[in-house]
Design a protein around this ligand. Sequence first.
Ligand SMILES: [Zn+2]
Length: 708
Amino acid sequence: MTNSKGQLNLHTKVLAAIFLAATAASQPAQNSEPTQVASPPVLLITVDTLRADRLGCYGAKRVKTPAMDRLAAQGIRFDPALAQVPITLPSHVVILSGTYPMTNGVRDFTSSGIPPSVGLISEAFERQGFATAAFVSAFVLDATWGFRRGFQVYDDHFDPRQFETENPGNIQRRGAETVDRLLTWLRGRPTGKPFFVWLHLYDPHSPYDPPEPFRHEYAGHLYDGEVAYTDTQLGRVFGYLRDQGIYDRMWIVLLSDHGESLGEHGEDEHGFFIYNSTLRVPLIFKPPQGAALPHVVEGPVGTIDVAPTLFDLLRFQDPLRRQFQGRSLASLVLGKGAAQARGVYSETYYPRDSFGWSALRSISTRRFHFILAPRPELYDVGADPAERRDLYAQRSAEAAALRDQLSDLERRYAGPAPSAAGPPLSAETLEKLKSLGYVAYSAPAAQGEDSSLPDPKDRLKVFKSILRATDLASAGRLDESNALLRIVAVQEPKLYLAPFLLGENAARARHWEEAQHQFLACLKLNPTFEQAIMGLARADLAEGKAQDARPWLELALHQNSHNFLAYYGLGLVARQEHRDEDARRYFQSAAHEKPNYAPAQQELGIVLVELRRYGEALGPLEQAAKFGPPNPVLANYLGTAYANTDQLGRAIQSYQTALSLKEDYAAARLNLAFAYLKSGERSRAGREFRTVCRQDEKLCQEFRSQFE
Ligand SMILES: [Zn+2]
């Protein structure tokens, strides 16, 4: 295992060049002078799934939220504020881009991420000279979906073991962990410029499992316990900012992406309906001291208004402004203007795109909430905030006027959906996909007017069966889950989620053939559903059919060029086919898309060691050690990379780590023996080699001569 110094230097240079290129790309654009010399720092907080009425400042009685209440008492609180779409991914795209889903194309779970043509406020903050960082708590907001743009740090690290056992949609981390990462960044942040930080906390999202003492204190209403827990985490953030003297001179904006139905209207969680239980969210602006007096502004306003408001408050002259479709609330925040009554748009396309039923769209005014559905609804939210009495039949004139408003808005903003598609597919790949049973194209399930489609209100039972089936599957009760899903599949033959979930259950049980059958059935109904495409690749890889996995992974990348798991899978395929240079390239892409995904960094490092590019291997292997769980194979390869870059002390340490994790790891022990030999410790080398001989006769015979 010799190493050529020349090669090492060359590759270190290449690595440095890549690193410099990446740094250059994240620098502010040239000639963009910060518009304000002393801009205040900005913290944007989105607490996922947070109902406004669970905060003390919005009238909650039985939930303790002192940190958020204090923020509101020092700030400007909007009531009501409404989400434009009650689903995590599209709602955050609305908040961070200031555009409607009908314009940005990100409408529900089936989206492939943010199209490159849609700008994010993070990019503008970077152009304006801010240090930018994001700390998110759920895979739903992973960099995979295109959120990393403009953020110099995008912290979306999740325990990689979750990717093996969980549907990626369920992967998350607790608030304490995310807040720890944020505080670490704040302590070491770049000095001499203001910062823009986005903090996302996910705890109030189901399942509701707050830690003690909240679990005990909120027994019987654990959702509230999650809210209270989240508040204590925010208290840590605010406490730190106060201690550092930053709090008083910064803007803090706190809101949620949507509420939670908690059984109202028959919906348990969010996304399926667009009643106020899931649309109403808190919205608080905490100004720098002296910038504005605390007060409450009567709504309704939308979360789409946050971006233009921030830009006005900070006096940003940035080209991103041209994209905004919300209304600036800056004069209301500063107490300089009266609120203008206007309708606020909301939608959910989840029933349509995932179930083939009608989409729901709505307009909210101060008094009414009009919901356009096959059977439209109208609520007098002033008199009936819980939306229990549908007045559509009685108040047809008001309903008609609101329907016109809705149509106007849709005419103004709807356009051809921009695409986030990746590289085109080769004819060969398309041919292979066809031979594997893939139908390359079929028309979207439904388009245009939805009046002929089933009303989601009339399909609530089927929807709840699906949710029940996923709960049963999570609890390991696969047979019961499958039985329920088979009934749904018969009742709703166009519903692609039924075969998809049957496929997921089969994959859980490692029945790969059945999983493939179901995922293919799913793709017949929805040919672009990324999770089913990845499911097929996963099944092929599990069965050792790398050849078959490849076209699926290429298709997944075609759908979404940021899909790090697809790059990672292609790397594994290339490894199985002994195409090490291809494997290196794919693992490199996976690590580039998601630097904190330890398995990709580990495989990249291992391939580089095997290609004898030891100097280059060090970085990825060290990243893997930083972000992944302790792993003997990783420690062994890290040892080899150190041993071949003249770092024998570290090499010995790494081999010892490998052996502490796996005592009978003969290859690592042999490496340790060699490292001792190289550092002149012959007796130690001999002792380790004798242990190798007791454990592995073949290694013993092969290397005996070198230790005699
Ligand atoms: Zn959410």
